[in-house]
Design a protein around this ligand. Structure first.
Ligand code: FAD
Ligand code: NAP
Length: 538
């Protein structure tokens, strides 16, 4: 008899089941233990770290400053950990995640290599019943989905994928043992952030590299460098102050934000500001002026600055023009590189436009575009993720009266504060849709959600409240507000993953909340202070 065939009694009763053990799930587990709750985390991977466990492609690193792309909830932790580069590489971030797991003894309550497949609300018992691909039947009063916004890799539905005889990789599911491209003919499909980090590294190894670009992206230099121990010591001495500065910004990054309009200054001054930020490097370029996301004319000045940089870096004028984006600047996620544009000056690298004529099919030897066959030993899909909802909807979630979340979100996700969903009691989402999530420095943003949820669960216990559920009217009003704010920006003007455009058939909804962390945090705090206003308590 297998475990599934035993009686219906659950294997384990928990107060809270946390799905996922990336930075969100790990910290959630830690906080739940602090409340004295019986918590279990379930993780599909064989280790902690989430994004940094799965995305092991060459060149993978964060593009937020390491000193700030890290937890701040424990001062001893942030004082003892030493980041070695301005933007840490994937192995270093994964070591950090493992260090956190060791330090807080998290692994004993994480069930690894196990995927949650279903979660069903039992209204009579007022509990969730959880099923996994290992045949577990678990029960919990509350479920926290810490499944990640960028954790459901997608491979485009290109004909003949199974025909190709060479190796096929996806950046988001990279082999743990690494890949040696030495002497190989390699094709990369995609030119988003992952591709932009991987392409320069693969080009150095491969005999030849062909990049298939559907839409060019805006890419600014990282200006990555080793961190000087004296500089780290100085920052650590001022960590509280620096974190507070980052905390006060819309994105949770320690950026110098220029409050001026790009159109309020002369062209010379404007380009001087862009050049200064280009030299500093990284996402700080986004805050060069205050209206780059809201005013098309202002936006175009940043766009043209970057296009001129591309024309200056890439030797072949035709390749340079092909690399020049024409969407609004920053409509898609800004990419941060080390030597991306320079890579196209290498003799072993070529760029193929698949914007006008898509990849037709994979063949036994490679792939075809517009009737031309390109032969490869290996093809890398750098084709991104079913973002924000992909990993949530892969789980068959059934709420009150058997309502399926897939049906409730048929026309796009609807959530109250990105934390709860009407019809799904005692279910929380960390960095869920309609919260700032992917528009911010995500570790501090995760901390804010974890702390809000932990405080809420402590409050419910103290008040003897068994269930909490988003009120439909409060949810509708929040979703309307979230959509209305998005409409004041240029972010809806392109086919980004923020609006689900990269997944065929996905409803076009701007999923994250764009008004910034301070306004969002104030709202969450006010809701809690008012006894969880907008939630129904039972
Ligand atoms: P994840 O790290 O995605 O973890 C979710 C975990 O849940 C995964 O381990 C997954 O296996 C597990 N899971 C999902 N579904 C199930 C299930 N049904 N059952 C069991 N387990 C499940 N953000 C930044 O702010 N700065 C950056 O520089 C940055 N760089 C990034 C680079 C890459 C390559 C990618 C893909 C994303 C990057 N991000 C960055 C976003 C990044 O995802 C977040 O910063 C953060 O790591 C998310 O943590 P998380 O725990 O919420 O989700
Ligand atoms: P992505 O930004 O969605 O990029 C996917 C790329 O694949 C796009 O260029 C897309 O083209 C292309 N593509 C998809 N299907 C295709 C098809 N059928 N034919 C040709 N091209 C196709 O995914 P990602 O690069 O993995 O990044 C996702 C997010 O993860 C980022 O935006 C960022 O938030 C995060 N990330 C961060 C870093 C970092 O620097 N720290 C690194 C990696 C990822 P279109 O643009 O035309 O759709």
């Amino acid at each position: 008899m297998t475990r599934q065939d035993t009686d219906a009694a659950p294997d384990t009763d928990c107060d809270v089941i946390v799905v996922g053990a990336g930075f969100a799930g790990m910290y959630m587990l830690h906080r739940l233990r602090g409340l004295g709750l019986r918590a279990l985390a379930i993780e599909a991977g064989s280790g902690v770290g989430g994004t940094w466990y799965w995305n092991r492609y060459p060149g993978a690193r964060c593009d937020g400053e390491s000193m700030f792309y890290s937890y701040k909830f424990d001062d001893d932790l942030q004082q003892e950990w030493n980041w070695t580069e301005r933007y840490a590489r994937q192995p270093e971030i994964l070591s950090y995640a493992n260090h956190v797991a060791d330090r807080f003894d998290l692994r004993r309550d994480i069930r690894f290599s196990t995927r949650v497949t279903a979660a069903t609300w039992d209204d009579a018992a007022m509990r969730w019943s959880i099923e996994t691909d290992a045949g577990d039947r678990l029960s919990a009063q509350h479920v926290v989905l810490a499944v990640g916004c960028l954790s459901s890799p997608i491979r485009p539905r290109i004909a003949g994928v199974d025909d190709f005889r060479g190796a096929v990789y996806h950046t988001g599911e990279w082999p743990h043992e690494g890949v040696d491209f030495t002497g190989l003919k390699v094709g990369v499909i995609g030119t988003g952030s992952s591709a932009i980090q991987a392409i320069p590294m693969i080009a150095r190894q491969a005999e030849s590299l062909t990049v298939f670009q559907r839409t060019p992206n805006y890419v600014v230099p990282a200006q990555n460098r080793p961190l000087d121990p004296a500089e780290v010591a100085d920052m650590k001495a001022r960590y509280g102050e620096l974190r507070a500065m980052a905390h006060a910004t819309r994105t949770g990054n320690p950026f110098d934000i220029n409050p001026q309009s790009a159109l309020a200054v002369s062209e010379e001054e404007r380009n001087g500001e862009y050049e200064k930020r280009w030299q500093i490097g990284g996402l700080i370029f986004m805050t060069s002026f205050n209206d780059l996301h809201s005013n098309a004319e202002a936006n175009e000045t940043a766009a043209e600055f970057v296009r001129n940089k591309i024309r200056g870096i890439v030797d072949d004028p035709a390749t340079a023009e092909l690399l020049c984006p024409h969407d609004a600047f920053g409509c898609k996620r800004l990419c941060v590189d080390t030597g991306y544009y320079e890579t196209y000056n290498r003799p072993n690298v070529r760029l193929v436009d698949v914007g006008s004529t898509p990849v037709e099919r994979l063949t036994p030897d490679g792939l075809t575009v517009a009737g031309t066959e390109y032969a490869f030993d290996a093809i890398v899909f750098a084709t991104g993720f079913d973002a924000m909802t992909g990993s949530i909807l892969k789980i068959d979630i059934r709420g009150r009266d058997g309502l399926a979340l897939r049906d409730a979100w048929e026309d796009g996700p609807r959530a109250y504060l990105g934390l709860g969903v009407a019809g799904f009691p005692n279910l929380f989402t960390i960095t869920g849709p309609q919260s700032p999530s992917v528009l911010t420095n995500m570790i501090p943003t995760i901390e804010q959600h974890v702390e809000w949820i932990a405080d809420c669960l402590g409050w419910l216990r103290d008040k003897g409240v068994a269930t909490i559920e988003a009120d439909p009217a409060a949810q509708e009003s929040w979703v309307d507000h979230s959509n209305a704010v998005a409409e004041t920006t240029l972010r809806l003007s392109c086919n980004s993953w923020y609006v689900g455009a990269n997944v065929p058939g996905k409803p076009r909804v701007f999923m994250p909340y764009i008004a910034g962390m301070p306004a969002y945090r104030d709202k969450c705090d006010a809701v809690a202070a008012a006894g969880y206003e907008g939630f129904r308590l039972g």
